[in-house]
Design a protein around this ligand. Sequence first.
Ligand SMILES: [Zn+2]
Length: 363
Amino acid sequence: MKFDVIKKDSNARAGLLETNRGAIHTPAFMPVGTVGTVKAMSPDELKEIGAEIVLCNTYHLYLRPGHEIVESLGGIHKFMNWDRPILTDSGGFQVFSLSALRKIEEDGVHFKSHLDGSMHFIGPKEAMEIQSSLGSDIAMVLDDCTPYPSSYEYAMNSLFRTIKWAEQCKALQREGQALFGIVQGSLYEALRKKSIEELVDIGFDGYAAGGLSVGEPKEEMHRLIYFTAPLLPSEKPRYLMGIGELGDVLKAVEAGFDMFDCVMPSRNARNGTLFTSRGKISIKREEFKSDRGPLDPDCDCYTCRNYSRGYLRHIFLSKEILSMRLNTIHNLFFYLNFFRNMRKSILESRFSEFKTQWQAIYS
Ligand SMILES: [Zn+2]
């Protein structure tokens, strides 16, 4: 894997991440394909709207169908018929957020499956084995996602665990698979800084900031975003995990982050909330009943080129499968296009105008 920052506009970066399965233009948005599918989208449709990489969740694939099954069916790319890059998370965050019961120990985490209540254990070794079986292009270290709020002492112990696990993951890195470290440290700047120093000493192909957007006030999240990004190695990709509200993305790109993932555009699409160049709209609203115009007059996606708001409202209220598909096509296209235009603004040294313009709509 090779990464180059092509242009900097203040701290915002336009970069190119090259993998054996294709290039990723950064800042990049990664649609989330939780269980090995970006809900409601075929891989061909994802390519058509310009997705260059997708994220799959280790926790989900480990529980069902099981990583051995995925491996026996040719690995995650063949399994889901997606030949472009795939990033897998390590399962740490899902254990933290989904599992009803979890017990963190020094060597890993015991947890109860949210599917059937069965007990499981994932440590650094298991996290690396699972991701190796899946065969993703970018793997993530297992981290202990520190909850909010946490005392300094708790956050510090949690952070040391994450660093120890990161070291163990690094020792098990598979050839041909990139591995990213994950910065923790809760809301404490000293711990975030310590976390980065330790991870850089170990040495990773990229660095992610985790443990944000876990319930802390937005101002605190923004403070940590601006604090963390400039401390991360400038020659490596910087990934802000799980944060995808456009107002937050603009700040994070301004701070110097390169990669993002979020379920919001696809999840909102299925709930009828759609992103447009004039703000978010709820397609079920009465006012769209006889609206012959496109969802977003400035959007060039398949949905906007072919369907009226009146029709999209009708099939949403009728709970038609096509509604989820058309809405997802639009929302993901809107996001990917937003990222493409944001990158262009960096290349043309006008990111700050781009940010001001969009922050008026998505603060
Ligand atoms: Zn559209």
